[in-house]
Design a protein around this ligand. Sequence first.
Ligand SMILES: [Zn+2]
Length: 88
Amino acid sequence: MDYKKSYLLMAAGVWGGGIVMLIGMFLGTSSPDTMALGNGAAGLGVFAMLLGIGQALVFYKCPHCGEKFSIRGKKPDYCPKCGSKLDL
Ligand SMILES: [Zn+2]
């Protein structure tokens, strides 16, 4: 896994998971009939978000020196530690 894939997976996990979680929360509170389904979807969304962030904590780092990048904020153009150019 390289840092580019890791970043994409993190973005997909956070956004996709967030949307699924919101849908789940909506379903879970709108009617008793959809509560179980909504809870399941919300749980799945949270799980996807945690998975996306969790793998980024491990794999989202400089391919040259291994410096871990901050997963918040925008993608860096250069590694803050070794200064190598990053083409994210
Ligand atoms: Zn570096």
